[in-house]
Design a protein around this ligand. Structure first.
Ligand code: ADP
Ligand code: MP5
Length: 449
């Protein structure tokens, strides 16, 4: 059954925080996202330029329009702007009675206030009492409690205080702004303290973290999860969203809620495409056997370079593609992390030319190079004997160097072939490059024909 979650929040024109972050999160979490817009901000990753809020009646009208039609399984609030809007939202939610997560947004990451001073009082007295969950960060919790928070113990006390003073059932004091190697969120729920933590990421992508996190909790509640289960998933979700943030802009980059679904989808797609290419290998096993070098071949395919970090993100053939009695044969099904050499070459290629996501190493033969030339393929020839000593010593440095040499010759665009002339004890090889593994295998077949 489709669950409906609503975000009652502001619009960030940069698309990083506010309702953009929330609706992306709802979609990634598999609930239908509805919105009640409170204020429009002219904002980017480094500043808030203008703010204009809607009337409280218009905010209420949006919530009711959704409620009267589909119903609402859970909601969250973000930027509320004014005391009047908070008043109206509190009254409306109280009447309708759906579970509400309140992210008591006060100041943007870039430093601009997102709520008027007098409104903080209304938030405490009117909204927190109707909220099921509250998710203050450290400065917000300090402002709500008047306490100073410097440790997890302080965060526990603040969470309990907020529950006792304002009646919010679940209070989460977030650890994004506390020091330490772990980002620890302290949860007060039914008389006990629970902690949820992940490693702290050294990341520039923290714009919209609070928004996406509270939206993820609301999505969990909409699906009927227990609050602690909802927080547990939301914590993993926000870790991924920060790790794979949107690397664009001059300020605090936006979190990436979509990573949660995009990465698994990318991995699945990579395996599917590699499997299809291996079928092509099996269909042309005899012809391809002639291309297998002493070290055997591998065919690799990296997930979307925005998400690729290491060889674990490159799918390849475990045990390589071998020449078995005159037939090219993949030794195993496509697996992530199954290649080292080809995978590192692909990572280096894709980081420079994101279209070059697949490659296969084949036997070096001057005749094959001539044939590729005649076919009009773009070819780079790399002489490894010119590789500087310090690069040779660096683990994995050689593949990077070979690729950089090749791209230097082709003006930064990946060639079809990288011819590596080898070195003492290193067999010369040809690396065939392409957008997809099927394209790579087709290029190899053309060169062999
Ligand atoms: N650098 C980080 N590494 C890992 N998790 C983080 C980091 N910064 C924040 N978080 C987590 O992201 C969520 C949002 O936290 P926080 O940044 O404190 O909120 P806000 O955006 O309201 O300031 C919390 O779960 C917090 O622990
Ligand atoms: C419309 C809107 N809502 C919320 C935030 C808070 O997000 P952050 O603290 O990450 O800047 C924001 N900057 N803009």
């Amino acid at each position: 059954m489709w669950r409906v979650a609503i975000t009652i929040a502001g619009l960030d024109s940069g698309g990083g925080a506010g309702i953009h972050a929330d609706v992306k999160t709802f979609a990634a979490m598999g609930v239908h996202g509805a919105t009640a817009l409170t204020c429009v901000t002219a904002q980017n990753t480094y500043e808030v330029r203008e703010v204009q809020c809607l009337s409280p009646a218009m905010v209420r009208a949006q919530i009711l329009a959704v409620w009267d039609d589909m119903g609402i399984d859970a909601g969250k609030t973000g930027m509320l702007g004014t005391g009047e809007i908070i008043e109206e939202v509190a009254a409306t939610v109280e009447k309708l009675g759906f579970p509400l997560v309140v992210d008591p947004v006060m100041v943007a990451k870039s430093g601009a206030p997102l709520i008027s001073d007098d409104a903080v009082d209304v938030l405490k007295k009117r909204l927190l009492p109707v909220a099921k969950v509250a998710t203050p960060n450290r400065p917000e919790a300090e402002r709500l409690t008047g306490m100073s928070i410097a440790s997890e113990r302080d965060a526990e006390r603040a969470a309990e205080y907020i529950h006792r003073e304002y009646g919010t059932e679940v209070v989460i004091v977030k650890g994004g702004h506390l020091p330490g190697g772990e980002a620890v969120d302290v949860v007060y729920y039914r008389g006990a303290v629970h902690k949820f933590s992940t490693p702290r990421l050294d990341s520039r992508a923290t714009h919209g973290t609070g928004c996406a996190y509270s939206a993820a909790i609301a999505a969990g509640l909409a699906k009927g999860l227990d609050p602690l289960e909802a927080v547990k998933t939301a914590k993993q979700f926000i870790y991924t969203a920060i790790k794979y943030g949107v690397a664009r802009g001059k300020g605090h980059w936006a979190v990436n809620p979509t990573a949660w679904v995009e990465i698994p989808a990318e991995r699945w797609r990579a395996v599917e495409e590699l499997e299809a290419a291996l079928k092509l290998v099996r269909r042309n096993a005899e012809r391809l056997a002639k291309a297998i070098p002493e070290v055997q071949s591998n065919l690799g395919y990296v997930i979307d370079p925005r998400y690729a970090r290491d060889t674990g993100d490159v799918a390849a053939v475990p045990g390589r593609i071998v020449n078995y009695m005159g037939e090219a044969r993949p030794s195993g099904p496509p697996t992530f992390g199954a290649s080292s050499h080809v995978a590192r070459k692909i990572l280096a290629l894709a980081s420079r030319d994101p279209r070059a996501r697949s490659a296969m190493n084949i036997r070096y033969d001057p005749e094959l190079v001539e044939r590729a030339k005649a076919l009009g393929f773009k070819i780079a020839v790399v002489d490894r004997r010119r590789e500087p000593e310090e690069v040779k010593k660096r683990e994995g440095g050689t593949m990077q160097w070979v690729v950089e040499e090749a791209l230097r010759q082709t003006g930064g665009v990946a060639p079809d072939l990288i011819v590596d002339l080898g070195d003492w004890g290193k067999e010369p090889q040809i690396t065939v490059v392409g957008k997809t593994p099927a394209e790579v295998v087709e290029k190899v077949l053309k060169i062999l024909s």
